[in-house]
Design a protein around this ligand. Structure first.
Ligand SMILES: [Zn+2]
Length: 466
């Protein structure tokens, strides 16, 4: 064989090998691409300070009791829930002053009629700050973070006995306040509300009042994140706590679903796809973007709250809002709802020394990143439907454009019906219809809007168009 022939034969083999490899290569994948981190959000997360959180929690504990029924104790005494409310309000005002008055600090005060755990009409005070959206057409969209500042000890109605409530829920109060402090240095198209409520321990009265007000006044709240017991209890000798994990609880079937909606949920297998569950999955997607999983990650629990329990997000769920609860991985029941004491060498009570401030800071960072992502993203697409008139193995989804003008495109997500989280995605341009070669019998779809900087809205699962 001449050298030329050998060379040509070699080239031919190389070419054939390349073609064979190309044929074997997997098709252009539909794997979900993690959004690039937004430098503004990274900067806000960096500003979250474990030391500030510690100061906040220690200050709250200093009021000795923040029991809801202590509202007859004057704020001037420096003790009780009024003094705590007054301090939270003044702190939020100071954050606002630092950003040129960018926060509207407000009080939602009302009289709770006598009820279970409320022996007589009692004044309740919720405190909140609004970071108004910078885009006039998107400012009516709201994302909200909350925690409760009331506390309790072993006696449900002990209004004045020591109730430090460092973890339950000084930690959640500190998360809401720290999010206000770091996010108020930035601008977002949609509005963010930082809420701190009373009355949780007596029966979710503060959040119930606030959620009803929001519903009655037609507030467009896209997401509620409730932080309750996010202190990462670090009892000496406890080897089962995990400071890398925060649990995120979400309901599957909406609390306020009508009979007709429940029938539809059964008909389409939508039991695992309520709006709150989409929010929980969204938190997971944000965590993948801003945390290394081995450092810190959410554990999504498919349950509205801990077993048979409830919290302030439940009040929002019952008014039809998407709402989830963040709670530490492993609770220590000797350090919540307990009189401060030592028995047989065991320390009881919800004391600051059991709080892991670095952990609370990570919870605050995850909350801040989720709030900022949603407030930067376009509104979700409206009226998302899957066409069902004709029986076919392809699936066609239609929707109305994301209101507010921020969307530059859309992404269709899907997963196997048994899969816990979205598995696949396909991008589409600025369109309102997409057909995929997949059977709606076998997968669950959702559509989310995408903005110019890659921020994505909450996904919306289609309803059938018949
Ligand atoms: Zn609590």
């Amino acid at each position: 064989m001449t050298r030329l022939k050998m060379f040509l034969a070699g080239m031919a083999i190389l070419l054939l090998t390349c073609l064979a490899l190309m044929a074997q290569a997997p098709p252009a994948g539909n794997a979900i691409v993690v959004e690039p981190a937004d430098p503004q959000i990274v900067a806000a997360m960096k500003d979250v300070s474990a030391q500030r959180i510690q100061q906040t929690i220690e200050k709250l504990v200093g009021f000795q009791s923040r029991h809801t029924l202590s509202s007859e104790v004057p704020a001037s005494s420096g003790k009780g829930i009024n003094a705590a409310a007054e301090w939270i309000r003044s702190e939020l005002e100071s954050y606002s002053k630092a950003c040129g008055g960018c926060l509207e600090v407000k009080i939602d005060e009302f009289t709770q009629e006598a009820a279970n755990r409320v022996p007589k009409p009692t004044k309740l005070t919720n405190v909140y700050a609004v970071l108004r959206g910078s885009d006039p057409t998107n400012a009516s969209r709201i994302v909200l973070v909350t925690g409760h500042y009331d506390s309790r000890n072993s006696e449900t109605n002990d209004a004045t006995g020591a109730s430090p409530g460092a973890n339950d829920d000084g930690s959640g109060t500190a998360v809401s306040m720290e999010c206000a402090r770091v996010l108020s240095r930035h601008k977002f198209p949609a509005s963010i509300i930082f809420l701190i409520v009373a009355g949780e321990e007596q029966g979710l009265y503060g959040s119930a009042h606030f959620a009803k007000m929001a519903r009655a006044e037609g507030w467009n709240i896209e997401a509620v994140m409730n932080n309750d017991i996010v202190g990462g209890d670090k009892t000496p000798g406890d080897t089962k706590q995990d400071s890398h994990i925060v649990r995120v609880f979400s309901e599957g079937i909406p609390s306020n679903a009508t009979e007709a909606e429940l029938k539809l949920i059964r008909g389409v297998g939508g039991e695992n796809d309520g709006a709150s569950r989409q929010l929980a999955r969204y938190v997971t997607s944000v965590a993948k973007e801003y945390f290394a999983a081995k450092e810190f990650h959410p554990l999504v629990v498919f349950r509205r709250d801990r077993y048979l329990r409830g919290g302030d997000h439940t009040s929002f769920n019952e008014q039809g809002f998407a709402a989830v609860r963040f709670t530490e991985y492993r609770e220590n029941y000797g350090h919540q709802h307990q009189n401060v004491r030592t028995e047989n060498g065991v320390e009881y009570g919800d004391l600051p020394k059991f709080v892991d401030y670095a952990y609370v800071a990570n919870v605050a960072r995850l909350n801040a990143a989720t709030l900022a992502s949603l407030a930067s993203a376009p509104a979700p697409p409206a009226k998302v439907r899957v066409l069902t008139k004709a029986l076919q193995n392809d699936s066609t989804l239609v929707w109305e454009a994301s209101p507010g003008g921020l969307a530059t495109g859309y992404q269709v997500l899907w997963r196997d019906t048994g899969a816990p989280d979205w598995e696949n995605a396909q991008h589409f341009g600025n369109v309102t219809q997409a057909t995929l070669p997949l059977s709606k019998d076998n997968v669950i779809f959702a559509v989310q809007a995408e903005g110019a900087k890659g921020h994505r809205s909450l996904p919306v699962v289609p309803v059938p168009e018949r």
